[in-house]
Write a protein that binds this ligand. Structure first.
Ligand code: DX5
Ligand code: ZN
Length: 219
């Protein structure tokens, strides 16, 4: 069961002065996805990178780009992120007045469509889009920064969403405060993709930091 759990290091905690090499290093260390946090300084109180920077990562890895859009609005930019090489495009339910339409646009671009929920957002917003999503991203911190503490109340939400998913082919990703101390509870609750930023990039040996997370949930 835990053999299927994927690790998606968030490059938000990488060394930005040599970001391409960092992307290659997590690829070499055996990550499953490259989690790319796009922030607009409006939906979240921080700024990161946009499509041209994401496009430049492709020469360093063939792994799927898991693009987490923390931007409002997202819909006018979806095609640009698809063209930049995103494989999964995740929008926030709170940033999108027309979530169903955005999901259709993403799928129409030939990409996997994700929906993210902030910690205060109930899982009920997913009820009528379950047939259009490929991935659900539960934020277990308030988005904007790496290195925050896991919000325990999200474990219950993860379990409830796992039940909603049933046997649909939808990935359940959890993002924020995931590390070797919290990973087991997150996987036990039903997550199958773990985003980890500071927990992966805290050391120099990314094989070891990724393995520590895998060991924690496999225990
Ligand atoms: C926060 C981002 C996360 C962040 C996680 O808004 O979405 O992906 O990088 O960082 P850690 O794993 O350090 O909590
Ligand atoms: Zn993220």
């Amino acid at each position: 069961m835990t053999d299927n759990v994927k690790i998606a290091p968030s490059i938000l905690s990488a060394d930005f002065s040599r970001i391409g090499e960092e992307v290659k290093a997590i690829d070499d260390a055996g990550c499953d996805y490259i989690h790319i946090d796009v922030m607009d300084g409006h939906f979240v109180p921080n700024l990161t990178f946009g499509p041209p920077v994401i496009k430049s990562f492709r020469r360093w890895t063939d792994k799927p780009f898991d693009v987490h859009l923390m931007i409002d609005p997202a819909q006018p930019f979806l095609e640009e992120y698809a063209d930049a090489g995103a494989d999964i495009i995740t929008v926030h339910a709170e940033a999108d007045k027309h979530l169903d339409r955005s999901l259709q646009v993403i799928k129409g671009l030939g990409k996997k469509a994700g929906v993210s929920l902030n910690p205060h957002t109930p899982e009920s917003v997913l009820a009528y889009v379950m047939d259009k999503v490929d991935l659900i991203l539960v934020m277990s911190v308030n988005p904007g920064f790496g290195g925050q503490s896991f919000i325990e109340s999200q474990l219950d939400k993860i379990s409830r969403i796992r039940a909603m998913i049933g046997d649909r082919p939808i990935e359940l990703e959890v993002d924020g405060g995931v590390n070797s101390a919290t990973a087991k509870a997150v996987v036990d609750a039903g997550a199958d993709v773990l985003v980890a930023g500071s927990a992966v990039f805290k050391g120099d040996d990314y094989v070891a930091t990724i393995q520590a997370i895998r060991d924690a949930y496999s225990a």
